[in-house]
Design a protein around this ligand. Structure first.
Ligand code: F6R
Length: 615
């Protein structure tokens, strides 16, 4: 996790790097720091807290003038969040300075070795070890910074995206990556470095994404030389034109990114199916599936691996794939999958779902499955991300940047992509009739409008949020396609409001959680028509007779549940497998309003980060 930003060129580097850090705060926000070279001296300021705290401290302590700077926003791994452990870190001589996203696993052994040679350490971080290791190589081997970084990295085990600067060679920055993302923005006589392209999007649309195991020496007014870290081979870098624009990464009048992203879902879903779904022709086009149709459609089994919200999307997909394409599906937490000895055959297809495309556990799960011969398919949002490159084929969700740490539009667009994929396989395998296929496409086209309608309940949801904002626990229940939605609703509430919440399949309630129910316990029940409606109504009766408070998500016009529930929130009707796309919306709004009312930091909840690049 952590965000890194750097600049070398002709403009004032500080505002570029500061703004860049603000954009990357979604990656970590427990401390931040910047080092600026003003032409003579290297100045550094760092602090525990957010980038806004850094700005205040920095502008009161150092001059901000200079054309080279590197900055960091941290999500602590080694060492608690405090000023000393914040990046950048100096080497012992004070000549080198480094920023790092990742973990150096063998840092302890390296540190001990450096200590025997007189090196001292101020922080508890692995990063300070790395910068001193680089310095040690420069001194021992009498090599330039680029070579020293290469030699030092070949002694490390772990993951990194780093930028290193040497004030006695002030016209170059050396960067490297393994397991953590790093993009280089290429402008006119200027270069930008960042964990993703958002910090430099208003300056240049041209970027080089370093591949794993590559490093680059970036020289002021000159060039970027890319090499392989392991064997020093020169690489011809691929200059990519970015599609991202500035509005996409700003709040656009909303109070929070999360709220903006909740409201973007109708458009995001349209962007997901645009060009892929051709209802008039009764066709779905998805290049990643079309090019590998036989391989995927004949899979003996589909394994879905993901984490968090993406895992919940995987659970919805399991129901949809099995319902439509009749292919057996298993869904696993990537973090569990990677550390057991799973039985995987060459006839398996693994689908990795990841908004960021950088989640370390999901990445490791793909590598494991590929080693065992499975075909890997990626469903990612971030274009060019590590997972999208590691997989054999894939489909992007095209949701646009998701910046709020709590995932919203990523979830619904992942379900949309996976539904399209299931429909396509079903058609190919003859497990769906032409009529049903067309009905699905027509219904999918109506979903964005139905989400707009669901969003209209916002004021009513705010009212309900006010009643329950002080609850200490909350239970979420759903059945069938809406069981994963219950899990997702509970996750949203706990991660941004810090209220304990559990999601359960409604029928499981009587096997334990029912003991929790009393007049203090709000229970959110997804009770839309179709599916297991009558059964869910019985579950609601069970809650009511134990005095639990019922907030029911119901289909427009429902009367039966209305009589039982304390509150109902209506959503438009759709075909059952597509209901998660609409039932999720009120749950997102409920958690959003409760968190805002409790004064929580909605977009940057405590202890979390958007991109989990450590295991
Ligand atoms: C929850 C949330 C996380 C992510 C998880 C996986 O709102 O955002 O649970 O879903 O960290 O992240 P990706 O999808 O980037 O692999």
């Amino acid at each position: 996790m952590c965000g890194i930003v750097g600049y070398i060129g002709h403009r004032d580097a500080y505002p570029v790097v500061l703004k860049g850090l603000q954009r990357l705060e979604y990656r970590g926000y427990d401390s931040a720091g910047i080092a600026i070279y003003d032409g003579e001296e290297l100045k550094l300021c760092k602090t525990q807290g957010k980038v806004a705290d850094l700005k205040e401290k920095l502008e009161n302590t150092i001059t901000t003038h200079g054309n080279v700077a590197i900055g960091h926003t941290r999500w602590a791994t080694h060492g608690v969040p405090n000023d000393v452990n914040s990046h950048p870190h100096y080497s012992n001589s004070g000549d080198l300075v480094i920023i790092h996203n990742g973990i150096i696993e063998n840092y302890d052994a390296l540190k001990k070795e450096l200590q025997t040679r007189g090196y001292t350490f101020k922080s508890d971080t692995d990063t300070e070890v790395l910068v001193n290791l680089i310095e040690d190589v420069i001194l021992k081997e009498n090599v330039k910074l680029g070579k020293a970084v290469q030699i030092a990295l070949n002694q490390t085990i772990g993951a990194y995206a780093i930028a290193v600067y040497n004030k006695s060679k002030p016209d170059e920055i050396v960067v490297a990556r393994l397991g953590s993302p790093l993009a280089i923005g290429v402008g006119e006589d200027e270069f930008f470095i960042a964990s993703d392209a958002s910090p430099f999007i208003e300056f240049t649309k041209n970027a080089i994404y370093l591949e794993d195991g590559e490093m680059a020496v970036i020289r002021r007014n000159k060039e970027v030389k890319v090499r392989k870290i392991q064997d020093d081979t020169l690489v011809d870098p691929y200059l990519q034109e970015l599609q991202l624009n500035l509005e996409q990464i700003e709040k656009g009048g909303y109070d929070h990114f999360m709220l903006k992203e909740i409201h973007e879902q109708p458009t995001a879903i349209k962007d997901t199916y645009r060009g892929r779904m051709l209802p008039d022709e009764g066709l779905i086009r998805m290049a990643g599936v079309d090019d590998n149709l036989e391989r995927i459609a004949n899979a003996k089994r589909i394994l879905i691996v993901a984490c968090g919200t993406s895992w919940h999307a995987g659970l919805v997909a399991e129901y949809i794939f099995e319902e439509l394409a009749r292919i057996p599906v298993e869904v696993e937490y990537a973090s569990e999958f990677r550390y057991r000895n799973p039985i995987i055959s060459e006839k398996d297809v693994i689908i990795a779902i990841s908004q960021s495309g950088e989640t370390a556990d999901t990445m490791a799960a793909i590598k494991l499955a590929k080693e065992k011969g499975a075909f890997a398919f990626g469903v990612c949002n971030v274009v060019g991300s590590s997972i999208s490159r590691e997989t054999n084929a894939g489909a992007y969700t095209h949701a646009g940047p998701e910046i709020g740490v709590a995932s919203t539009k990523a979830f619904t667009t992942q379900i949309t992509v996976l539904t399209l994929m299931a429909l396509k396989l079903a058609k190919h395998n003859g497990t769906i009739s032409n009529t049903d296929f067309r009905t699905y496409l027509q219904e999918l086209e109506l979903v964005p409008g139905k989400i707009e309608k669901a969003l209209e309940a916002d004021e009513h949801i705010k009212y309900i949020s006010d009643i329950y904002k002080d609850a200490r626990n909350c239970l979420y229940l759903g059945r069938g396609f809406n069981f994963p939605v219950a899990l997702e609703g509970a996750l949203k509430l706990k991660e941004i409001s810090y209220i304990h919440a559990e999601g359960y399949p409604a029928a499981e309630m009587k096997h334990g959680p029912i003991a929790l129910i009393d007049e203090e316990m709000p229970v959110v029940v997804i009770a839309t028509k179709k599916g297991h409606y009558e059964k869910v109504v019985s579950n609601i009766q069970e809650i009511k007779s134990r005095k639990g408070k019922i907030i029911a998500i119901v289909t427009e016009g429902d009367t039966e549940v209305r009589e039982l529930a304390d509150h109902v929130i209506e959503v438009p009707e759709t075909i059952e497998p597509l209901t998660p796309l609409v039932t999720t919306i009120p749950l997102q709004l409920l958690s959003y309003h409760i968190a805002v009312m409790l004064g929580k930091n909605v977009d940057q909840p405590r202890n979390l980060a958007k991109s989990v690049t450590v295991e």
